[in-house]
Design a protein around this ligand. Structure first.
Ligand SMILES: [Fe+2]
Length: 326
């Protein structure tokens, strides 16, 4: 605990987890575990502190499943967002509540800010632990301001100036089909979405879709004015694949048809050593804690990145997002 930063109101107590330090700020009930009875004070603490710490963890409140979680997220007063232009498989579990990315349990999901591979993203993201894994399954987080500050300024400036071009090839059994990524069966709807979002698109000979989009590598938080590392180059780049998978994929489909890849904004290749440095900094900034059932984590999606650790046993973490920013 760090008493100088704690807030005690009549209904909630703040503190910090030993394992993580100041991020996330821990919010617990003083006595009454019904979040609805404490919501005004929960919100007051979050309004006062979220932009300073980047994320909060609510622990010890009664959360009665996905529907109750959705009600909690909605109580902040914004419409929840649907997962358009998704990059990974998810399922809708309740209204605008989704499963977290359904990648196999043995796979790590590297730290990232949600939808940083595009030009519009949610400012807020909530996670709720419905079933905590037997082992692992954490949602590691990192302060994106700290990540920005720790990246070698030469690399940082190069990325910021040159920007990034994300290339995606949908379907073909290798990645999400376009119908799933764009939540539609209609090609014209996809095309309109792409035009509206400055995404270049191309229907290939086999009827599959390729998109290209030039996006930011860093961003300035609209309210705090702070620079944050804000991209998914380390996830989209082909170097994120195991070497043997990378080799096999390229030999079968060719570099142009890789399910996803990223270049500098002008289409020139990104140096792999630079991405290795970015991954190192992300690792160094990462903190994590064990999920407990009923935990809710709320992040400012620009100030904090999140990922997923490998796990054993059943795990269910659901997600909601709000406040689109462009
Ligand atoms: Fe994510």
């Amino acid at each position: 605990m760090a008493p100088e930063t704690d807030i005690a109101t009549s209904t909630v107590i703040t503190g910090q987890l030993e394992a993580t330090g100041p991020l996330p700020l821990l919010i617990e009930p003083a006595a009454d575990r019904n979040w609805r009875n404490c919501f005004d004070e929960i919100k007051a603490v979050i309004d006062a502190r979220l932009e300073q710490v980047g994320g909060v963890l609510l622990r010890g409140f009664e959360v009665g499943g996905e529907q109750d979680f959705q009600a909690f997220a909605k109580a902040f007063g914004h419409d929840l967002l649907s997962y358009d232009y998704a990059s990974t498989p998810r399922s809708q579990v309740e209204g605008k509540v989704y499963t977290s990315t359904e990648y196999p349990a043995h796979q790590v999901i590297p730290l990232h800010n949600e939808q940083a591979y595009t030009l519009a993203w949610p400012m807020k993201i909530w996670f709720c632990s419905i079933t905590a894994a037997e082992e692992g399954g954490e949602t590691p987080i990192a302060d994106s301001r700290k990540v920005y500050q720790q990246i070698d300024p030469a690399i940082r400036d190069k990325f910021a100036q040159r920007k990034l071009m994300y290339v995606r090839n949908y379907g073909n059994g290798l990645d999400l089909p376009w119908q799933k990524a764009f939540s539609t069966e209609d090609k014209a709807t996809v095309e309109q979405f792409c035009r509206d979002n400055q995404i270049e698109f191309e229907w290939k000979g086999d009827g599959e879709l390729r998109t290209r989009q030039v996006c930011q590598a860093m961003a300035i938080h609209p309210r705090t004015g702070e620079p944050v590392w804000f991209n998914q180059a380390h996830l989209f780049h082909v170097s994120n694949l195991q070497p043997h998978v990378r080799e096999t994929l390229i030999s079968i489909v060719g570099e142009d048809n890789l399910p996803r890849n990223v270049y500098y904004g002008d289409g020139s290749p990104i140096e792999e050593a630079d991405l290795a440095h970015v991954r190192q900094v992300l690792d160094a900034c990462q903190v994590q804690f064990r999920w407990q059932p009923g935990d809710i984590m709320m992040l400012d999606n620009m100030l904090a990145a999140h990922g997923r650790s490998t796990f054993k046993g059943e795990r269910k973490v659901v997600v909601a997002m709000a406040e689109p920013h462009r």
